[in-house]
Design a protein around this ligand. Structure first.
Ligand SMILES: Cc1ncc(COP(=O)(O)O)c(C=O)c1O
Length: 360
C-alpha cells in the first residue's frame, strides 16, 4: 500500500471537480474572449474582484487577487515587515509564513494559544511591553496546524486591541467556508471595520488549489502598493483561472460544490476522530475541529514526534511533527503533531491511525 499521508494539507482527489472546472474554463474564454487571454490589471480579473468586494462590503480597488494567497503573503511581508521588522504570530502556526518571515530577516514573536485560539492577554502584554510590531499574523478559523477556532469573545477583544494599539492584523482565512457544522463566528475584519485588519482567503480549499486564486482585502493605500509589487513581479496574474472561478460563481455552482466538498471532508474528519478514539492510547489528546483540514494531536508524556515520524514512515504513514509549526529553535511542539484528514480516504485514515497506534 502506498504511503498513507496525514502530512499533506491538500484536498482528496474526489474533492476536485475536473469536469465542472473544464466547463467553466471553456465558458470563461468564450464569454470573456481576448480579455481573459491577454494581460490584465495587476490586481487581477475585475469581475471576480467586484464579486469579492460585494461580499466584503468594500470598493473593488481594495481587493487584490494573487497566485494563491501565499504569494500575497510574501508581497505583504516584504512591503510592511521588510528586513529588521517584528511580526507577531500565534504559536503554533502555519509553517510556510514562518519560513518566509525568517528568510526576510524578520524577528518572529510567538504568542501562546489554547483551545480557544490566540490568547488576547498575551497579545495585550506584548503590545504594552514590546516595540511596535509591523503586524500580527493570525488564522482565526480552523487554524493550520491545530484546527482550532478563535472564540467570538476573543475576536472582539483582539479587534479592540487592534484599534487601541493601532495594530495591523493579517487575518488569514482559507478554511472559514469549509465548515461542516456549527455557527461561524464573526470575522475580525468585520468586527474591526477593515481599517487595520487585512483579510485574506483563497479558492484553494473551496474550488481547487491548482487554480491558484487567492485574494486580499486591504486598505486603499496598501492595495495600491501591493498591486505595484504584483505588476513588477509578473505584470498581471492569470486572468484565465480567475475568470474560470468567476464563471463557476456566476452559474451558481460555487455553493453546491462547496457543500459537496464539505460533505467529503466531514466524512474524513469523522473517520479520523473515530479511529483516534478507538486506537490511540490513554494520555493522547486531540482537537475536534468543526471544519478545515487538520487536527492537532498531543502524544503521551515522553513521546517525541520527530522520533515517532521516523518509525511511522517505516510503517508507511506520514504526518508533520509539531515542532515545524513553531519558530526555529524554540524547542516547542516536540510532543505534538499535525494530522491532515483532508487527503486520504476514510478507510486509509482508519488504517493509518491503527498503524500509528501500534507504534505508540
Ligand atoms: C493558513 C493557510 N494560509 C494560506 C495557505 C496558502 O493557500 P494558497 O493555496 O491560497 O496559496 C494555506 C495553504 O495550505 C494555509 O493553510
Amino acid at each position: 500500500m502506498p504511503l498513507i499521508s496525514f502530512a499533506r494539507g491538500a484536498p482528496a482527489p474526489e474533492c476536485l471537480a475536473p469536469k465542472l472546472i473544464a466547463d467553466c474554463a471553456r465558458e470563461a474564454i468564450e464569454r470573456g474572449g481576448p480579455a481573459v487571454l491577454s494581460y490584465g490589471p495587476g490586481g487581477g480579473y475585475l469581475p471576480l474582484r467586484e464579486w469579492l468586494a460585494g461580499r466584503h462590503g468594500v470598493q473593488p480597488g481594495r481587493v487584490i487577487l494573487t497566485n494563491g494567497s501565499l504569494q500575497g503573503f510574501v508581497f505583504l511581508a516584504q512591503r510592511i515587515a521588510g528586513s529588521g521588522g517584528r511580526v507577531l504570530v500565534e504559536a503554533p502556526t502555519y509553517d510556510r509564513p514562518l519560513k518566509i518571515l525568517a528568510a526576510l530577516g524578520v524577528e518572529i514573536v510567538a504568542l501562546p494559544m489554547d483551545e480557544e485560539g490566540l490568547d488576547p492577554d498575551a497579545l495585550e502584554r506584548e503590545l504594552a511591553a514590546g516595540p511596535p510590531p509591523a503586524f500580527l499574523y493570525t488564522i482565526p478559523t480552523f487554524q493550520n496546524p491545530t484546527g482550532r477556532t478563535l472564540s467570538a469573545e476573543r475576536r472582539r477583544r483582539i479587534a479592540e486591541l487592534t484599534e487601541r494599539h493601532d495594530l495591523l492584523v493579517l487575518e488569514d482565512d482559507p478554511y472559514g467556508l469549509v465548515r461542516y457544522e456549527g455557527e461561524a463566528p464573526p470575522l475580525l475584519f468585520d468586527l474591526e471595520g477593515g481599517e487595520r485588519v487585512v483579510y485574506t482567503s483563497s479558492f484553494s480549499k473551496t474550488v481547487a488549489p491548482g487554480v491558484r486564486v487567492g485574494y486580499f482585502v486591504l486598505p486603499e493605500g496598501l492595495a495600491a502598493a501591493i498591486e505595484e509589487v504584483a505588476v513588477s513581479t509578473y505584470i498581471s496574474p492569470p486572468a484565465l483561472t480567475q475568470a474560470t472561478v468567476h464563471e463557476l460563481i456566476r452559474r451558481g455552482a460555487f455553493e453546491p460544490n462547496l457543500e459537496r466538498v464539505c460533505g467529503l471532508l466531514r466524512t474524513r474528519r469523522d473517520a479520523m476522530l473515530a479511529a483516534l478514539a478507538r486506537e490511540f492510547p490513554a494520555g493522547t489528546s486531540w482537537s475536534r475541529p468543526e471544519g478545515g483540514y487538520f487536527l492537532w494531536v498531543t502524544f503521551p508524556e515522553g513521546v517525541d514526534a520527530g522520533e515517532l515520524l521516523v518509525r511511522a514512515l517505516e510503517a508507511g504513514v506520514a504526518f508533520v511533527p509539531g515542532a515545524d509549526f513553531f519558530p526555529a529553535a524554540s524547542g516547542e511542539g516536540a510532543g505534538a503533531a499535525r494530522f491532515a484528514f483532508s487527503f486520504e480516504s476514510p478507510e486509509r485514515i482508519a488504517e493509518g491511525v491503527a498503524r500509528l497506534a501500534a507504534l505508540l
